[in-house]
Design a protein around this ligand. Structure first.
Ligand code: C2G
Length: 132
């Protein structure tokens, strides 16, 4: 069984997130999602999530591509997670290009950066709703 991991906040879940999760699952048979906690998201983006962790977890667990959701509490846990869950492939959007290359040196996982889905983001959704 090939096991895949990705990480993110996945707030206001949209088709850009789904496209990423779908493509991540195509690397294997089992997809683990490290879901940023409310606290870690504040640390990452300096803003509150619209949906709290439990609601974002509930949404992700309803997605057919997702097999397990674990909390992402910090930047440092990826190596431990990859070893603990025997991950073969680490997948994330290319807005993170090169940022996680080190995982190929410190773990047995392969790192993949996938093109982001264009023209969809929380910022765009909020702007459009405000009529910008
Ligand atoms: N994404 C995408 N296309 C979009 C929007 C998002 O492919 N239009 C991808 C991002 O590249 C990321 C995933 O969807 O791989 C989740 O996006 P975010 O919730 O914004 O996650 P991020 O803040 O990038 O968190 O330790 C890593 C971080 O937790 C990643």
């Amino acid at each position: 069984m090939r096991r895949v991991i990705t990480y993110g906040t996945f707030d206001l879940l949209h088709y850009g997130h789904i496209n990423l999760l779908k493509r991540a699952k195509e690397y294997g048979d089992y997809l683990v999602v490290g879901l940023s906690t409310d606290e870690f998201n504040m640390q990452k983006k300096n803003k509150k999530c619209y949906f709290d962790y439990e609601k974002r977890k509930q949404l992700l667990e309803a997605i057919r591509y997702v097999d397990l959701v674990i909390p992402e509490n910090n930047w440092e846990q990826k190596e431990r997670d990859i070893k603990l869950y025997q991950i073969d492939d680490f997948v994330i959007g290319d807005d993170w290009q090169s940022k996680f290359d080190y995982l190929e040196d410190t773990t047995d996982a392969k790192v993949h950066y996938l093109p982001r889905t264009p023209r969809i983001s929380i910022t765009k959704i909020l702007g459009d709703l405000k009529g910008n």
